[in-house]
Design a protein around this ligand. Structure first.
Ligand SMILES: [Zn+2]
Ligand SMILES: [Zn+2]
Length: 744
């Protein structure tokens, strides 16, 4: 009788993981017969379990996945499995057996000639947990690889068996016992979300993952009381270890110690700021993507990006947008700060890199942008952004365009904000403020013709000549450079109000964190700025994202969701808005909290709409303006937003291009068609609640297209068929390189 012999070959200690397997089941026999006809030989150079079709095998409680491949391709499968983006790892041979050909007189159809049990190198032992160490293995696939070092034993249970079949030595049967990289408690125990056990004490302390360390640190940095931090910390640890008095004691010691370290940590590593920064750089190499110290020939440049930020840049920046909040603190800080942002899953701006430098010279921008892109591609070879949003007309765009190879967009938030803030500060009469803002808006909208800019400016200055304070500011700060700003706005596509609002929200948060009155003396120190960014600000964003993704810390989560005007505007019902139908001069928005309060939005529909609420009076794009503009968008009587107008101009430009009836025309038609399809899909994806409907309506049937064209990158956009091919090729090249370094 045939019986499935898998459990016999497993070490005894593994049997508990596999309880429930019933070796006598008859259907197993049929399964193998079925498998014979299904030898899989994927076309990819290296492939992984995601490229194979698996047959389930076992009982309801526990089953294995099995697949049959050519024996010659086993190595390529293992390499593919190691490159799992969610849990990059190595697999070592935990146990192996061999028999010689002809040694068996009788054998079952799945009898082995060679048997190898491969185990994820983050297991099977768990040094964090103590006890339960399995007999040490005899040999490894690669003793030099880092993942196999005992420090990183996390009790990972991911493992599979490869059997070279006695009956058919050219074939290998892969039996996957546990495909997930989880520990005994069922939690993912390594990979981007769960990276390192920390510190020299990590072996003694119940396994502290990167995630829990970051969580606890974030809470301490954000000033949450120690007892609450401890409570959350223990809650988290117990998920791994169960509850026990020692665990609690150790945890409370750990939290207190961490709190103490944080309290005592100082930005001032040396009295001299420059020396202090050098020391910080020396100690934080992993968080730096570019550093150039001040010298006679070179200016100071420090590019900071933590590993978490790198992951976010890979995740949200790929086939999506990057944006810069440039020249922050140009007057108050020693060196201005430029932040690179991505738009996260809620379209909020998330800082993924900080660059501290005074230099905007082409050569310097080229240096740090290149270093950043190289770093990103070193972990994600096909990484590419679709657009880069700038907010400063003086920014050097050539190096950005050259390095990121993508279109540059322009966001209006900075110019809008400085005009509005200065108006409110320098004019006392709200009606005058509204009117001047509207006129400034007309100058901006004038970039598409119909308005003579210099005449319009002259008239504006004449009409409000009595507003000396504002006009003096405007004449000195804007008139000399307004031509440059307007021409940038005319040449570059304009970013949406949602993007502008999100970048502004980041800018405001940065300002509140950095410019609170307690640190005025430190503003001129770079080490202080670096310390602030990498501790408090980083922690705040980390916790926001964590709270949202793990659905914990409800207060943090709610506050984070509501952190942009766009999201707050979505909460206002249409019924709260009344439009002035005759003159289109204003709109009214009733307050939801207090029905006796109504906000007046002047110049509705325009990016230069003016609201009288407190948030708007501080220069911000407020939820009322955004809500009113959302309603006006569908009403033809109102001006479209500048970004929409700019989009329309681009399409009209394309349309007006003279063409002959040549192949060039065919190519243009094909490209335009492709672009329109993609835009349509993107809009549908964004507005649809049911992704299934969108996918079903797509011309491509994804079901039949098995394989991972973009390894592990969450595809926020449907991939271009043409570009995906070249990316796959690049990936293959890179894999080849990786493979060499991995196997030798
Ligand atoms: Zn693993
Ligand atoms: Zn408002």
């Amino acid at each position: 009788m045939f019986s499935y012999p898998l459990s016999i070959h497993l070490p005894v200690s593994f049997c508990k993981l596999k309880s429930g397997l019933d070796p006598e089941r008859n259907e197993n026999q049929f399964l193998l017969v079925w498998l014979w006809s299904k030898v899989q030989d994927p076309p990819e150079e290296e492939f992984s379990s995601a490229d194979l079709t698996w047959k389930k095998f076992g009982t309801a409680e526990h089953h294995d996945d099995v697949a049959l491949i050519p024996y010659a391709r086993v190595d390529e499968f293992i390499i593919g499995e190691c490159s799992n983006v969610e849990c990059p790892t190595r697999f070592h041979i935990e146990r192996g057996r061999k028999r010689s050909k002809g040694s068996l007189k009788e054998y079952k159809s799945d009898e082995y000639l060679e048997y190898r049990l491969y185990w994820c190198s983050f297991g099977p032992e768990n040094y964090g947990e103590g006890g339960g160490v399995l007999p040490s293995r005899k040999y490894r696939l690669n003793t030099r690889n880092r993942a196999a070092r005992p420090q990183s034993m996390r009790g990972c249970t991911c493992h599979f068996v490869v059997k070279r079949l006695y009956a058919r030595p050219s074939l290998a049967l892969i039996i996957y016992n546990e495909r997930r990289h989880i520990n005994k408690s069922g939690f993912v125990c390594h990979g981007p979300l769960d990276k390192d056990a920390i510190g020299p004490g990590a072996k003694k302390i119940p396994y502290i993952s990167n995630e829990i360390q970051q969580q606890t640190m974030s809470m301490i940095y954000l000033g949450i009381p120690e007892e609450n931090v401890l409570e959350k910390h223990i809650e988290y640890i117990q998920r791994y270890c169960g509850s026990d008095a020692t665990v609690s004691t150790l945890a409370s010691q750990y939290v207190r110690k961490l709190g103490m370290i944080i309290k005592r940590s100082t930005h001032e590593l040396d009295l001299d700021d420059q020396a202090s920064i050098r020391m910080w750089v020396e100690r934080n190499k992993k968080s730096i993507f570019f550093y150039q110290d001040t010298s006679e020939t070179d200016p100071f440049i420090l590019g900071i990006q933590t590993e978490w930020q790198l992951q976010q840049m890979v995740r949200f920046g790929h086939r999506s947008l990057l944006a810069a909040d440039s020249t922050f603190g140009i007057k108050r800080l020693k060196y201005p700060l430029c932040t690179l942002l991505v738009f996260d899953s809620r379209h909020h701006a998330l800082p993924v890199a900080w660059i501290i430098t005074r230099s905007i010279a082409k050569a310097d921008v080229a240096k740090w942008t290149k270093a950043l892109v190289d770093r990103t591609r070193s972990i994600e070879p096909g990484w590419k952004t679709n657009g880069f949003v700038i907010d400063d007309a003086a920014m050097e765009i050539d190096p950005i365009r050259d390095t990121f190879c993508c279109p540059i967009l322009f966001a209006l938030w900075r110019v809008r904000r400085s005009w509005l803030r200065n108006l409110v500060k320098k004019c006392s009469n709200i009606e005058v403020q509204r009117e001047i803002f509207k006129r400034l808006g007309e100058v901006a909208y004038g970039i598409w013709g119909g308005v003579n800019i210099s005449v319009a400016l002259e008239e504006l200055i004449q009409d409000f000549v009595d507003q000396t304070a504002f006009m003096d500011y405007f004449k000195s700060s804007w008139v000399p450079k307004i031509e440059m700003w307007l021409s940038t706005m005319r040449t570059l596509p304009l970013a949406s109000q949602e993007a502008s609002g999100a970048i502004e929200a980041y800018h405001v948060k940065l300002k509140t964190k950095l410019f609170d009155d307690s640190h005025l003396g430190a503003l001129q120190r770079v080490d202080w700025l670096v310390h602030k960014l990498t501790t408090e600000l980083h922690s705040a964003y980390w916790l926001d994202r964590y709270a949202d993704e793990s659905d914990s810390f409800q207060n943090v989560k709610e506050e984070y969701i509501a952190s942009t005007s766009w999201h707050r505007a979505l909460q206002i019902p249409d019924s709260a808005v009344t439009l002035d139908d005759k003159g289109h001069l204003f709109a009214k928005v009733a307050s939801l909290k207090d029905s006796s309060i109504t906000h007046l939005v002047w110049n509705p529909g325009s990016d230069f709409a003016f609201c009288d609420c407190a948030w708007s009076m501080q220069g911000n794009i407020c939820k009322h303006v955004i809500k009113v503009n959302m309603i006006c968008e569908t009403d033809e009587g109102y001006k479209p937003s500048m970004s929409f107008q700019s989009f329309r101009e681009i399409l009209m430009d394309l349309w007006k291009k003279p063409m002959d009836d040549s192949i060039a025309l065919d190519e243009s038609v094909a490209w335009t068609r492709q672009m329109l399809d993609q835009t349509k899909q993107l809009v549908e994806l964004n507005s649809s609640n049911d992704i299934g409907i969108v996918v079903n309506n797509m011309p491509l049937k994804w079901v039949s297209k098995k394989g991972r064209t973009f390894v592990g990158i969450p595809a926020s956009l449907p991939a271009l068929p043409s570009s995906s091919k070249s990316i796959t090729k690049n990936l293959q090249k890179n894999r080849k390189r990786k493979r060499l370094s991995r196997l030798r």
